[in-house]
Design a protein around this ligand. Structure first.
Ligand SMILES: [Zn+2]
Length: 219
């Protein structure tokens, strides 16, 4: 059972991934983690990736896909995976489908976290972080005082409204078309309202996957 998590940056995929993974009994797979593990382990594809990273270059898609294949072929991932942020462009979607086909698997579902742009801008621009101890806060203005250490709270550059709109623009241009690509191939797509408490969104996500016949462990 291999599932792609999908949604705008800040929609909450990273928060939901471990919760949904635990409920389904499959591990999460994030590109950065898999890449670092392969480099550390010195696998053939890990060494290929390291050569690019040492030069300060981006690791190309075909090397990333090779690393994904190495990882997904391990026993840890034999029951499936929850792919978080692995598929952001149509070529990456095509590549992952090829990799899974070679392993005798396929994407069983795309779980889409749906959230309005304005809601996202509000949510993300409401985040601040202590410039001293890095404690994150929500709903506290930049310039107020950290409860933890008395430091000053600041907004990360990434969370400035203009930066958020830029990221949403990239999503709209590069990532949103991937959903149509899966739709055309007949992959099951379920959409979940990503606004609400963390627990509520997890429950909605599991219920939505249930409509595709994908059920939590022992239920
Ligand atoms: Zn602090």
């Amino acid at each position: 059972m291999d599932i792609v998590l999908f949604g705008k940056p800040g929609a909450g995929k990273g928060t939901q991934a471990p919760r949904i993974a635990a409920a389904l009994g499959v591990p999460t797979v994030a590109t950065g983690d898999v890449l670092r593990a392969a480099v550390r382990a010195g696998t053939p594809m890990g060494l290929a990736a390291k050569a690019y990273m040492d030069r300060g270059d981006l690791v190309p898609d075909d090397v990333i896909l090779g690393i994904m294949k190495e990882a997904l072929a391990k026993p840890d991932f034999s029951a499936g995976s929850l792919l978080d942020g692995v598929v952001r462009t149509t070529p990456q979607a095509e590549g992952m489908t090829r990799v899974l086909t070679e392993l005798g698997r396929r994407i069983d579902a795309v779980l889409m976290f749906d959230i309005d742009d304005e809601e996202l801008v509000q949510r993300l621009s409401g985040r601040t972080v202590c410039e001293n101890c890095q404690t994150p806060y929500t709903g506290r203005a930049a310039g107020s005082t950290c409860d933890n250490c008395g430091g000053t709270l600041m907004r990360r550059k990434d969370d400035e409204p203009e930066a958020i709109r830029n990221r949403l623009g990239v999503y709209q241009r590069q990532t949103a078309p991937v959903l149509d690509w899966y739709k055309q191939r007949g992959t099951g797509i379920v959409t979940v309202d990503a606004v609400g408490s963390v627990d509520d969104v997890t429950q909605r996500a599991l219920a939505a996957l249930g409509t595709l016949g994908i059920r939590a462990n022992g239920k």
